[in-house]
Write a protein that binds this ligand. Structure first.
Ligand SMILES: C[S@@+](CC[C@H](N)C(=O)[O-])C[C@H]1O[C@@H](n2cnc3c(N)ncnc32)[C@H](O)[C@@H]1O
Length: 311
C-alpha cells in the first residue's frame, strides 16, 4: 500500500505543476492583452494628436503671419533693408499711416529713423496689433535705459552713449523726439478696406508694403480699387503713397488659403503690372517714382519693387 503522504505529495506536485502551467498561460495571455490594449491606446492617442494638430494648424488668410520679420529679413541684416531706400523727406515731421502694419516693426523704425510727427499702424489682426503695442513698449523701455546710461556717464555728450571704453563712443542715443515715441506712434485694429476711417486728407505719407496681394485675394479687384481710392482720399495734396506690391507670380502660392481667395484669384483682371497705370490714370496720382526694383539684403522672394506715388 502506498504511503498516503507520498500520494498527497504526488498529487500536490502534479496540481502545483498544472496550476503553475495554467498560471503561466494566463499570465502570457494577459501580457498579450495588455500589449494589444497599450498599442490601441497609443494609436488612438497619436490619431487624436494628429487631428488636433491639423485642426490647430493656422492658415494666415490675410498674410497675418506671426513671425513675418523672422523669415523676411536676412539674419545678417540688422535693419529691414527697405528702410535704406526710403526717402527721409517723405516722413520727417510728417503725419504717416502704415496700412497692414503687422507687428509694427517697420512703423516704429520709421518713427525712430525719420522722426515723423505721427505714425499710425493699422492691421486687420487684433493679435498682431497687441504684438505691435508690446514692441512699442519694449522700444520705449530700451530708449529709457539708453537715456539712463547717458546720464550715468560723465564723459559723453548728451546725445551719445558710451559703450565700453571712453574712446569707443557709439551714437546710439535717442534724440529728444525719440523720447516721446508713445505720443508719436499708435496702433489700431482695422480692416482698411471695410472701415470708414474718416476720409479727410490727413496724412502726408501712406505706406502699403506687401499688403496689396492679401487685399486683392480677399476682396478681389473691388477691394484693390477701394484700397487705392481710400489712400488717395486720405493723402494731403503733395502726399506720398509708398507701395510695395507683390508680383502676380506670388499670388499663385496663396490662392488656396480660402475659398474666397480661390474665387477672387480666378476673377482678378487688374494684375500688379497695371497698378502703376491705374494709380496714375484712374486714381489721380500726379507722378510715380520707382524707388527700387530689386531690393538687396532681403531673403529671396522678398526682393520686390517699391514705388512712390505723389498726389
Ligand atoms: C505680409 S504682411 C506685411 C506687413 C508689413 N506691411 C511689412 O511689409 O513689413 C501683410 C499684413 O497686412 C495685413 N492686412 C491684410 N489685409 C488687411 C486689411 N484689409 N486691413 C488691414 N490690414 C490688413 C495682415 O494682417 C498682415 O499683417
Amino acid at each position: 500500500m502506498s504511503n498516503p503522504l507520498t500520494i498527497f505529495s504526488l498529487y500536490f506536485s502534479s496540481f502545483f505543476c498544472r496550476h503553475s502551467k495554467k498560471k503561466r498561460e494566463i499570465m502570457a495571455e494577459a501580457e498579450v492583452e495588455t500589449k494589444k490594449r497599450k498599442k490601441t491606446e497609443t494609436e488612438k492617442k497619436t490619431e487624436t494628436e494628429t487631428k488636433k494638430r491639423k485642426k490647430t494648424k493656422e492658415t494666415f488668410i490675410y498674410g497675418n503671419y506671426k513671425n513675418y520679420y523672422g523669415y523676411r529679413i536676412d539674419r545678417n541684416q540688422e535693419d529691414d533693408p527697405r528702410l535704406a531706400v526710403f526717402n527721409r523727406e517723405w516722413f520727417e515731421g510728417k503725419d504717416c499711416l502704415d496700412v497692414g502694419c503687422n507687428q509694427g516693426l517697420i512703423t516704429i523704425s520709421i518713427a525712430k529713423k525719420f522722426h515723423c510727427r505721427s505714425i499710425l499702424g493699422v492691421d486687420i489682426d487684433a493679435g498682431l496689433i497687441d504684438a505691435a503695442h508690446w514692441n512699442l513698449r519694449k522700444f520705449a523701455r530700451m530708449m529709457k535705459a539708453s537715456k539712463a546710461q547717458v546720464s550715468d556717464s560723465t564723459d559723453c555728450s548728451a546725445n551719445n552713449i558710451c559703450i565700453g571704453s571712453s574712446e569707443k563712443t557709439y551714437n546710439t542715443a535717442c534724440s529728444p523726439s525719440e523720447e516721446d515715441i508713445f505720443g508719436r506712434v499708435s496702433f489700431m485694429k482695422e480692416n482698411f478696406v471695410a472701415s470708414s476711417h474718416g476720409c479727410s486728407e490727413k496724412y502726408d505719407a501712406i505706406l502699403c508694403l506687401s499688403v496689396s496681394k492679401w487685399i486683392h485675394l480677399n476682396w478681389g479687384d473691388d477691394g484693390l480699387i477701394t484700397l487705392f481710392v481710400k489712400i488717395w482720399r486720405l493723402l494731403r495734396p503733395g502726399g506720398i503713397f509708398v507701395l510695395e506690391p507683390q508680383p502676380w507670380s506670388s499670388y499663385n502660392r496663396n490662392r488656396q488659403v480660402s475659398k474666397t481667395a480661390t474665387l477672387n484669384f480666378n476673377n482678378i483682371i487688374l494684375r500688379p503690372h497695371v497698378f502703376r497705370e491705374i494709380l496714375l490714370d484712374k486714381i489721380g496720382f500726379r507722378s510715380a517714382e520707382i524707388v527700387t526694383d530689386s531690393l538687396s539684403g532681403t531673403v529671396a522672394g522678398f526682393n520686390r519693387s517699391i514705388i512712390a506715388f505723389t498726389k
